[in-house]
Write a protein that binds this ligand. Sequence first.
Ligand code: SAM
Ligand code: SF4
Ligand code: SF4
Length: 371
Amino acid sequence: MSGALIPVHSIEPLADAVPVGPAPTWEARLVDTLNRPLHDLRLSVTDRCNFRCVYCMPKEVFGKDFAFMPRDEMLSFEEMTRLARISVAHGVEKIRLTGGEPLLRKGLEELIAMLAELRTPAGRPVDIALTTNGSALAMKAQALKDAGLKRVTVSLDSLDDTTFRAMNDVNFPVARILAGLDAAHAVGLGPIKINMVVKRGQNDHDIVNMARHFKGTPYILRFIEFMDVGTSNGWNMNAVLPSSEVLGRIHAELPLEEVAPNYTGETSRRWRYVDGEGEIGLISSVTQSFCHTCSRARVSTDGKLFTCLFASEGHDLRALLRDGSTDEQLSDAMASIWRRRTDQASALRSAQTGAVRSSGAKKIEMSYIGG
Ligand code: SAM
Ligand code: SF4
Ligand code: SF4
């Protein structure tokens, strides 16, 4: 995972780069070549995970001998916070901590507390969220809340214990994830979202059961199409169950109606139960691209900035963090990268066949870049 697409030292600081500090005016707002603002930052805090989900870190690839990132290559919490602070000055209002499994990163609460201090140019706190497999949530929910975390998204692919154990591939039981959800709810980490990656033939039999179980609860269940991220998960189009089919199956038993998005750029299409008992989300990453509103930047654990989930290389910000560059230089580098951004991988490939989608250049693994 080394090497930057553009060597950061060769990036010319732009004269009109947004400065760190005062609120940027609307005219100075940082946008890419497709006029998409930088709004969300996903920080991957570790490339390690205690699960081996078949669609993300299959055991055959991420086995005992897999070389995870050495400690000194990982950004420190101070380095992450510095990047976050500069991103916030450029317009980021949401920061999501991810991984790997973020709760495996020791002392994560300290990072959350540092990020909770950040303020947008308008003086608002930043929305800090966490995506987790939930395995350690029962134990850590209170500490996360106390540190300033606002909300969590918990991945849960089935309520059927046998199916769930097979999908996480480490024999982890559903009951412990449900206990984590209860703990998160009890301490007020909400709204809590639940991500279910749907793989045809593996857990699709549990779609309606999941919907029924979480209907009328405080949890918002979201169904994610199995994506062709990385090169190790054996993706093929036959294993993708389109969101339209997920919707059809649920609607046939539990009638739904569409709801307007909460904000422009929301990845999930919202549907609510007509009887008023809550809503679900559909994330159609494969069958319906949302590139035209994609405002997310991702920073890997070793400090590479990725402007797309399907990028093959990132931009090395760690070099700048560690070579004495000033905040202004870092800020200019980030602005320059974002201004040149042209990514719309999903949109460009949506018309292609499964065979073409799954072939081609080296791609970054989900566990490295974060979901
Ligand atoms: N370990 C945490 C977790 O599982 O929630 C955070 C990292 S995980 C990479 C983030 C999200 O990406 C999870 O909701 C996971 O289900 C999703 N994900 C991983 N691989 C995927 C794939 N191939 N297609 C769709 N979603 C995927
Ligand atoms: Fe780990 Fe999350 Fe990937 Fe599953 S989806 S292997 S829990 S990083
Ligand atoms: Fe954003 Fe890239 Fe996904 Fe399109 S393919 S929505 S640009 S991350």
